[in-house]
Design a protein around this ligand. Structure first.
Ligand code: PMP
Length: 354
């Protein structure tokens, strides 16, 4: 159990007036959670303090060698004003896996969850009331050792900030166009693809910008060795319904094991669908599309929950999915996941933590 000290702000900010205009990750709440790590002492001084900047030495390891990891999760307000989290232990565990790969000291799962709950409790009035809007929670750890030698830091800061965020799709879920990236790669075996480290995202920005310039919402990454097999999208895992079966990349080191992905797979199997986790060639997906067998494509992730895809483009060939309409499995997953998260449906899976 952490002994969390609370220092309340003396200058609370005005809450957003129009929750339909929140956007994503632009406004931050009044407080943040901070805990320090020092070699020999371990994690210490857990505290909730007024939100504000850090004073850091310019030679900190994080600025030069990107020794940093993060997580992304949400707090949801239900109709009866309960504030709830969705499978926070999965994010806590994934942060441990990221920490291990980046040589960052782990935060015990129970301490991570306690810290998130304590901060959300202090910030409960910031959890939006509008359907589909939520309090986005961003835990992160960064290396603060001073020195330019490439080494694992001996000091770190664990911080959690919160941002009231709007519904991803203000007018209900909206099918997106995806660019299949055939030049740049995101991950390769032995690298850090399975972690949420900042470096993965820095390296992905260029391809994302090029895709956006051409009118595509995000890129679909192929495997980093042969550029033959589909892996995941910029900030989502991706699933394909072909001839009645659901296919998605296995999370074997190069793909981020999404909490939404895992939850959707469990639901799909409960509903009797066969879900194949493995190597899926992009050529086979395009072929299925030509044969009229590519029934649905959707991304899964905390931000959008379930995001229908209406078009893929790979090396100039376009695959159009479901006449641009939202498929029934995509819709059912979206309704079930968001129903549980916002408390409209009973939590039949034990995923909700008040
Ligand atoms: N892949 C990547 C690269 C991501 O950044 C995310 C968002 N965390 C996901 C997949 C989806 O993961 P989750 O369902 O846990 O949000």
């Amino acid at each position: 159990m952490l002994d969390i000290k609370l220092t309340r702000t003396t200058a609370p900010k005005a809450k957003p007036e129009d929750e339909t205009k929140l956007g994503f990750g632009k406004k931050f709440t009044d407080h943040m959670f901070v805990m320090d790590y020092t070699e020999g002492k371990g994690w210490h001084d857990p505290r909730i303090v007024p939100y504000g900047p850090f004073a850091l030495d310019p030679a900190c390891v994080v600025f030069h060698y990107a020794q940093e990891i993060f997580e992304g999760m949400k707090a949801y307000r239900t109709a009866d004003d309960t504030i709830q989290l969705f499978r926070p232990e999965c994010n806590a565990q994934r942060m441990q896996d990221s920490a291990d790969r980046l040589c960052i000291p782990k935060i015990p799962v129970e301490d991570y969850i306690q810290a998130v709950k304590a901060l959300v409790d202090v910030e409960r009035d910031w959890v939006p009331h509008t359907d589909g809007a939520s309090l986005y929670i961003r835990p992160f750890v960064f290396a603060t050792d001073v020195g330019l030698g490439v080494h694992a830091s001996k000091e770190y800061i664990f911080c959690i900030i919160c941002s009231p965020s709007g519904a991803y799709y203000a007018e209900g879920i909206n099918p997106v166009r995806i660019y299949v990236e055939d030049e740049y790669i995101r991950a390769a075996p032995g690298l850090t693809g399975f972690t949420k480290c900042g470096g993965n995202y820095a390296a992905s920005i260029k391809a994302g910008e090029l895709a956006e310039e051409q009118g595509y919402a995000q890129v679909l990454w192929l495997d980093g060795v042969e550029k033959k097999y589909v892996e995941e999208v910029g900030s989502m895992n991706i699933m394909f319904k072909i001839d009645g079966k659901i296919y998605t990349a296995a999370t074997v080191g190069t793909v981020l094991p999404g909490v939404t992905r895992r939850s959707c797979i469990e639901l799909l199997r409960d509903w009797g669908y066969e879900v194949v986790e493995g190597k899926i060639a992009i050529a086979d997906i395009m072929k299925a599309a030509r044969e009229g067998k590519l029934e649905e494509v959707f991304g899964t992730g905390t931000a959008a929950v379930v995001s229908p895809v209406k078009e893929l483009v790979w090396k100039g060939e376009h695959a159009y999915i479901g006449d641009g309409k939202i498929g029934p499995v995509t819709q059912k997953l979206y309704d079930t996941m968001t129903g549980m998260q916002w408390g409209r449906l009973p939590d039949t899976k034990g995923w909700i933590v008040p």
